[in-house]
Design a protein around this ligand. Structure first.
Ligand SMILES: CC(=O)N[C@@H]([C@@H](O)[C@H](O)[C@H](O)CO)[C@@H](O)CC(=O)C(=O)O
Length: 291
């Protein structure tokens, strides 16, 4: 059974502090309305790389307190500060998170040996399993098939959150590692990822569009490719509109239309403008009202 995870957003107040009530509302909406299988906490969509250390801890605590054991939880603990990543890996493991994940270390053009050491260090002292977060478009770090193989020599490293449009590599990865967990990260490419045998997907737009994505997964599993293609097309109309309106602030604005107080994004992310607010209302009316 393939799993669908929403990449959890963080609700912020205008001053950049965390809006706890709003963050809890989004968690509840994902569990109770979207009926996702899990949440990816502290990822790109959660604006983790905009946050202070204290804010990261706060979000990890809020998410597990609200979600309890209702859905699977993956905590993204990766950081340019390896000591912070190790600390957070232990912190979330102690809180009860069943999985951790870590973005590839970025910015300094690390060698593969340094990247491997980073991952082995993160899992060394924790009793938990790690999913590599590979997102070359944002990190500039592209791991090769052989490099994934080397990382998987550590039995605590169990999978990849594969946010990469390189489908040749995805096919190679799937076939080389049939027992590893491969989760697709580009929502607009869910169907081709399913065709290549991913185990599920994690994404930002599932916060709003989980039902359609689930229906697409089910259609694919039932062999109804025409229906799956139509659902991907409908999703991509929504995703294109969200991207054109600035995706993270727009998802939060559309949440508002759904009665969920998602707060705002944290600066330097864009703050809502009247045009963006009008755009989000239109997205809701055009693609989600009847859903
Ligand atoms: C850069 C980014 O936000 N990528 C999203 C996608 O869900 C993406 O927003 C979507 O496919 C639209 O391009 C996820 O892969 C990120 C994600 O799951 C996370 O770490 O929050």
């Amino acid at each position: 059974m393939k799993k669908l995870y929403s990449a959890l957003m963080t609700a912020f107040n205008d001053d950049g502090s965390i809006n706890e009530a709003g963050t809890r509302e989004m968690i509840r909406y994902n569990i109770d309305v979207n009926k996702v299988d899990g949440l990816y906490v502290g990822g790109s969509t959660g604006e983790n790389f905009n946050m202070s250390h204290e804010q990261k801890e706060q979000v990890f605590k809020i998410a597990i307190d609200e979600a309890k054991n209702d859905v699977d939880l993956i905590a993204q603990v990766g950081s340019l500060d390896l000591n912070e990543a190790k600390y957070l890996a232990k912190f979330v493991t102690d809180l009860g998170y069943p999985h951790i994940s870590a973005v590839t270390p970025f910015y300094y053009n690390y060698t593969f040996e340094q990247i491997k050491d980073y991952y082995n260090e993160i899992v060394k002292d924790v009793d938990n399993e790690l999913i590599i977060y590979s997102i070359p478009a944002l990190t500039g770090v592209s791991l090769s098939l052989d490099q994934f193989d080397e990382l998987f020599e550590n039995p605590k490293i169990i999978g990849i959150k594969y946010t990469n449009a390189d489908f040749f590599l995805l096919e190679r990865v799937r076939n080389r590692f049939p027992d590893k967990l491969i989760l697709s990260g580009f929502d607009e490419m869910l169907l081709p990822a399913l065709a290549l045998g991913v185990d599920g997907a994690i994404g930002s737009t599932y916060n709003l569009n989980a039902k359609r994505a689930k229906a697409e997964m089910n259609a694919f599993d039932a062999g109804d490719i025409d229906k799956a293609r139509q659902l991907q097309k409908d999703s991509n109309d929504l995703i294109s509109a969200l991207i054109a309106n600035d995706i993270y602030p727009s998802i939060k604005l559309v949440f508002k239309e759904l009665g969920v107080n998602a707060g705002v994004t944290k600066k330097p992310m864009a703050q809502p403008t009247p045009e963006m607010i009008a755009g989000a209302k239109k997205i809701y009316n055009d693609y989600l009202k009847e859903n």
